[in-house]
Design a protein around this ligand. Structure first.
Ligand code: SF4
Length: 227
């Protein structure tokens, strides 16, 4: 895993040769619109979807456009409906709670909230959710924010280099401070023989008590991820 603390304070601009699939920051999904104006991640999850975008080697997060421009691209998208369209932020090519990335997450949420939009927003993270983050989430007054905390319990570092206790602490921090912000235990990826034993099922059950709901899912089976 790259050394996160040695990176400078601001995100660099994304390189000009970034593939168009990543330069296009608003992605239409059947379940809503996904906004991804930060690309790159040092966390090295073996099953990362960035394998499919040829972006796995970009370990430092980069800014594709500023938050104001990204929000305009989102609300100007042909499929966007105020107060209705579900939104996901930074769920394709980075983790939204990484240092420096999270400033852009908070700013983007606050810009959308400032428009009085009440859309549902999903934020998915396996990184540290700190008390200050929860306090800032709680200050939103319009958006319906749900934070999904990804936890696998896998201890094979080749597949899951991020310690699962980080997610456990994040969930506890949310449970202690979140009222209007919903929290979900996102148990993924569940892989037969790797993290589906009785011990981890019991642990997931304990963690579920900290959450408003639990979601579980398997691997996204593509050749790149299998490799
Ligand atoms: S945190 Fe997300 S973007 Fe980063 S390596 Fe893991 S799966 Fe990929």
């Amino acid at each position: 895993m790259a050394n996160i603390s040695r990176e400078s304070n601001k995100l660099r601009a994304a390189p000009l040769d970034l593939p168009s699939s990543l330069r296009d920051v608003v992605e239409y999904r059947k379940s809503g619109l996904s906004l991804n104006h930060v690309v790159g991640c040092p966390l090295d999850c073996g099953y990362c979807v960035r394998h499919l975008f040829d972006n796995y080697d970009m370990k430092r997060p980069h800014l594709v456009m500023d938050d104001e421009e990204a929000v305009q691209a989102l609300i100007g998208h042909w499929a966007f409906r105020s107060h209705i369209t579900p939104i996901q932020i930074f769920n394709r090519a980075t983790d939204p709670l990484l240092p420096r990335v999270k400033e852009h997450l908070h700013r983007t949420l606050e810009l959308l909230d400032g428009y009085g939009l009440t859309n549902s927003v999903l934020v998915i993270t396996r990184w540290h959710v700190e008390r200050e983050d929860v306090e800032r989430f709680e200050r939103l007054s319009n958006l319906k924010l749900t934070v999904l905390v990804t936890w696998s319990g896998i201890d094979d570092r080749r597949i899951e280099p991020v310690d699962s206790t980080i997610a456990e602490t994040s969930l506890a921090t949310l449970a202690a401070g979140a009222h209007r912000t919903k929290r979900i235990l996102y148990w993924r990826p569940v892989v037969a023989g790797l993290n589906d034993g009785d011990g981890l099922i019991s642990r997931a059950r304990e963690l579920a008590r900290l959450a408003d709901a639990t979601v579980f899912t398997g691997l996204f089976h593509r050749e790149e991820i299998r490799a």
